[in-house]
Each structure stands twice: as C-alpha cells, then as structure tokens.
Ligand binder design. Structure first.
Ligand code: C5P
Length: 326
C-alpha cells in the first residue's frame, strides 16, 4: 500500500502534526499591464520574500471531521473559517489530486497582516499545501505543488518558493532572482484591509479616467526594470530605493487617501524609500540598516497613522517544514 493510500484510509490520524512556516512578500516592482479578457492583468512582478511569517499546522482528525481551520493572531476576525479559506482550498486541491479524504485540522498562526497586500492568504495556502503533503506523505513533486499553487492564486507559487523572483503572466510564472545582500524593511500595518480585486478595478478606472483606456491595447506591456534587478543583485539598498515602483499605488491611495500620510511619516523618519506593498494597505519602507529601520518603526507607531509597524529583513526562505524538524 502506498503512503497516499495509507493516508486515505485514515491511518494518517496517528501521524504527528506538521507545522510549516511561510514568509510574507513585498513587491519591489509591480508593473501592471492591461486588463485581460479573463479579468486578470499581465504583470512584471518583482517579489521579495520578507521575514514576517505565518505558521500553518496540519493535524490529522478523525474520519469525517475535516477539513476545518482555526486562526490566531491580530485581525483574525477577518479570516474566513469555512471552505473558502485559501488554506482549506489548498488541502482540498491536494486531497482531490491524490484521492485522499481531507480529514485535517489546519491551524494558522498569523503574523502577516490580513488583506494587507503582503500575500498573507497566499502564504497560508502554500503552507497548508506543504503541511498536508508532509502529513499525508503524498510525495508530490515540486512541479505538482507549484501547479496547484498557481490554480489557487497568482501569488501562491511565490509563497512556496520565497527568496526573490520575477513573476510574469498574472504573477504565477516565476523566474528566481539573485539577491546580493540583506535589505531592512519596515511595514506599517493599517487598521483595516483592502480588497485586491477592488484595487485592480480602481487602477483600471483611473486609467480610463485619464482617457487612455485600461485594456492591453492601451497599456504598455509590463517589463521588469533592469536597474532594479541590478540593485537587487548588488544588495545595494540606496540603489534599490531609487527604483522601487508599484503601479497599484495610485489606486490604493485613491481608495484610502490616508496612506499618503503613512508614507510621509516613514519618509520623514529617515526611510530611503516608501511604497504601498502590493495592493495595500500595508506600506513598506526600505531602511539603510537595522538601526534606521527601528527608528522608522518607532516613528510610525508613535504617529498614530497605522495600527502597528513591524521590522523585517529580506530575502527570506519560502515555505519550510519547521515541525517535526527535518
Ligand atoms: O490570483 P488572485 O486570486 O490572488 O487574484 C485576486 C484578484 O486580483 C483577481 O480576481 C483579479 O481581480 C486581481 N488580479 C488581477 N491581475 C493579476 C492578479 C490578480 O487583476 N495579475
């Protein structure tokens, strides 16, 4: 009997719980092309994984009890605890592929801001996938896991691989990138979240209002900036600061104008550069070193423009099994 069959018959109940740690991401460049017929946008998305982590623990339950999900951490009242949760969808997708009954309890320990533009939901999906793969002993290949990730969401493949990567297509087609040093960041977490589809819609609306149109015929094809990639390779924060860009930033600020104040506070406190992270509303500040990052975080917390501020470094490893230790 194969391991997958063993899991399917329920004997996996005796398997030890598996915990996977998954990083958040910041987009150091997010170039958004025109609206595609499928409702997505072509991207040149330069992902950098940062050391803020969610932990997903998969525990086998009695037959017929799963899948179920619980969540702990700040703002978790905004996390759905039904089958629409991306972590549950990941477990369901893997189970369906291997003919396993997904009797599993997923617990998400959240540190990544919820609906914050830092791929928290995607991290939980990648974490659940890897944790269930280990719990059930499916032995899925990296390619298979990446395929399931891409079905679950545009940012999920990157959450699995971490490090730094250029995401093409809708963000799911990854090319690893070289990073030549450690970057120091501060993340200002807003009191609420922003809906990613709403921010993309606002981006289209602003483009149309400017008279240019929002379709692929009207918007230039997105391209990664060679200067930005060179700054990453060099590990040079001052150089990188001059090339950070996010085409979704005007849309996020249009929906939440107070983000301009947040960006200004961090910049005045000495950040090398500031930008909205992905679709926001988390704001990201690049700092020269750890001491500068801690000053920026202190100023942001004291100013009242955000709910809290975290410091973190990048790059960070992708989804990793942390318990049981490998
Ligand atoms: O892929 P994901 O489910 O994370 O995308 C959420 C939403 O964000 C999509 O439904 C779409 O509205 C928007 N999106 C987009 N273009 C992308 C990625 C996401 O328009 N490349």
């Amino acid at each position: 009997m194969s391991t997958a069959e063993t899991a399917g018959t329920g004997t996996a109940r005796t398997a030890a719980p598996v915990t996977v740690r998954v990083p958040a991401k910041v987009n150091v460049q997010l170039a958004v092309g025109g609206l595609r017929p499928d409702g997505f946008h072509d991207l040149a998305n330069v992902f950098l994984a940062v050391g803020l982590y969610d932990e997903v623990t998969a525990t086998a339950t009695a037959p017929g009890e799963g899948p179920r999900v619980t969540c702990s951490g700040p703002d978790t009242d905004q996390v759905p605890l039904d089958r629409t949760n991306l972590a549950v969808r990941a477990a369901d997708a893997l189970a369906a592929r291997y003919g396993i009954v997904p009797d599993v309890h997923l617990h998400i320990g959240k540190e990544i801001p919820v609906a914050g533009g830092m791929a928290g939901g995607s991290a939980d999906a990648a974490g659940a996938l890897l944790a269930c793969d280990a719990l059930w002993g499916t032995g899925a290949s990296r390619e298979e896991l990446l395929e399931i990730c891409a079905e679950l969401g545009s940012d999920v493949p990157f959450s699995l691989v971490g490090g730094a990567a250029l995401g093409r297509g809708r963000g799911e087609l990854l090319t690893p990138l070289e990073v030549g040093g450690v970057f120091h960041w501060v993340f200002a977490v807003a009191a609420g979240g922003l809906s990613t589809p709403a921010v993309y819609r606002e981006c289209d609306r602003l483009r149309e209002a400017r008279g240019g149109g929002a379709g692929a015929d009207a918007v230039p094809a997105p391209e990664a900036s060679p200067a930005l990639l060179a700054a990453l390779r060099a590990g040079d924060a001052a150089l990188l600061a001059g090339h950070l860009s996010n085409d979704l930033q005007p849309a996020a600020v249009s929906l939440l104008p107070s983000l301009d104040d947040t960006l200004a506070v961090g910049t005045e406190a000495g950040a090398l550069a500031a930008l909205v992270s992905g679709s926001g509303p988390t704001c990201a500040f690049l700092a020269e070193d750890a001491a500068a990052a801690s000053d920026v975080a202190f100023a942001l917390r004291a100013s009242g423009v955000c709910r809290t501020a975290h410091t973190a470094t990048s790059p960070a490893p992708g989804a990793t099994v942390v318990r049981p230790a490998g």
